[in-house]
Design a protein around this ligand. Structure first.
Ligand SMILES: NC(=O)c1ccc[n+]([C@@H]2O[C@H](COP(=O)([O-])OP(=O)(O)OC[C@H]3O[C@@H](n4cnc5c(N)ncnc54)[C@H](O)[C@@H]3O)[C@@H](O)[C@H]2O)c1
Length: 284
């Protein structure tokens, strides 16, 4: 199946990036959100990204205009009717995603593939609310989308080989490296990354070291480009806590219990970079 038209649902941090890389690769893209303001905010962030590339001499002005010309704003679910591939990147809440997938299943043409960019929610369960579970799959992009090469392609229990192949080929057409994994809590990326971040939080909680020292050990000793606590602040501590809870519940194993300090910071509203305070302070 050839993909021409892509709909991206959710015009936030991830959705805007996903829409941008598809428009740059030549696809017609509908960027969809619940209201016009949010779509325009996503569109503006894409425009800013592209302008930066033009300034740096990495892109011609005409190409920027062509990319923006392929990017269409949407607040009407009817637009799913034109999509060959839908990529959902709305908030990480199961009830919102299942409601969206029911709606997308009603509006998208029968051949369309419905993908989700979820970081941790079960693909099989999301697929089960549709009448096309074989055409539902995880397409997990990394942040920031235009920079990061990986797309973790997560096969739900019923995802068909054809669905997988189409999504793999599409990810490659974006210049990304798809890696196939199966649907288990946290997939591979967050099952490996989040317990490491959680353990780094435990070392601070238990007074083993200060956040700066923990990050320095991992950068200098393990060659990580960014320390785990800096990375946690960047991802958002609420998101980190949420994923640890998904792992804890999904496996029923206490080795995934979230660190009490992580819970405390989230309760205090210290969510990392986005709120100006997490393990580090980002106030101007
Ligand atoms: N932030 C990351 O580093 C990261 C990385 C990989 C995957 N993800 C996943 O990507 C998804 C989006 O994350 P984000 O960081 O872009 O969040 P975000 O909060 O920046 O954006 C979410 C967007 O979804 C929109 N939205 C909410 N309900 C909607 C609905 N019913 N219909 C249409 N749009 C709706 C919101 O208005 C918002 O614009 C989540 O599932 C998240 O787990 C995030």
């Amino acid at each position: 199946m050839k993909i021409n038209n892509v709909m991206v649902v959710g015009a936030g941090q991830m959705g805007a990036g996903i829409a941008q890389v598809h428009a740059q690769a030549g696809y017609e893209v509908f960027l969809h959100d619940i209201d016009k303001e949010r779509v325009e905010k996503g569109r503006a962030s894409i425009e800013k990204q592209l302008s930066r590339q033009v300034e740096k001499g990495r892109m011609e002005k005409a190409e920027k205009e062509a990319v923006l010309g392929r990017l269409h704003s949407s607040v009407d679910m009817e637009n799913a009717g034109r999509a060959d591939l839908v990529i959902e990147a709305a908030v990480e809440q199961m009830n919102i995603k299942t409601e969206l997938f029911r709606d997308l299943d009603r509006h998208a043409p029968p051949h369309a593939i419905l993908a989700t960019n979820t970081s941790s929610l079960p693909i099989t369960e999301i697929a089960n609310v549709t009448k096309r579970p074989d055409q539902v799959i995880g397409m997990h992009f990394m942040n920031p989308v235009p920079v990061m090469k990986l797309v973790e392609v997560i096969r739900g229990l019923q995802s068909s080989d054809e669905t997988y192949e189409v999504v793999k080929t599409t990810a490659e057409a974006l210049g990304k490296m798809p890696v196939e994994v199966n649907d288990f809590p946290g997939f591979v990326s967050n099952r490996v990354l989040m317990p490491m971040i959680n353990e780094a939080v435990f070392t601070v909680y238990e007074g083993v070291a200060e956040p700066e020292a923990v990050d320095e050990v991992m950068k200098l000793g393990m060659n990580h480009p960014m320390g785990p606590l800096t990375l946690a602040d960047f991802i958002g501590l609420d998101t980190c806590l949420y994923i640890m809870e998904v792992l804890h519940e999904g496996f029923g194993d206490d080795k995934y219990r979230p660190c009490p300090l992580l819970r405390k910071y989230v309760k205090a509203g210290w969510l990392g970079k986005k709120t100006g305070r997490g393990f580090y302070s980002y106030e101007a």
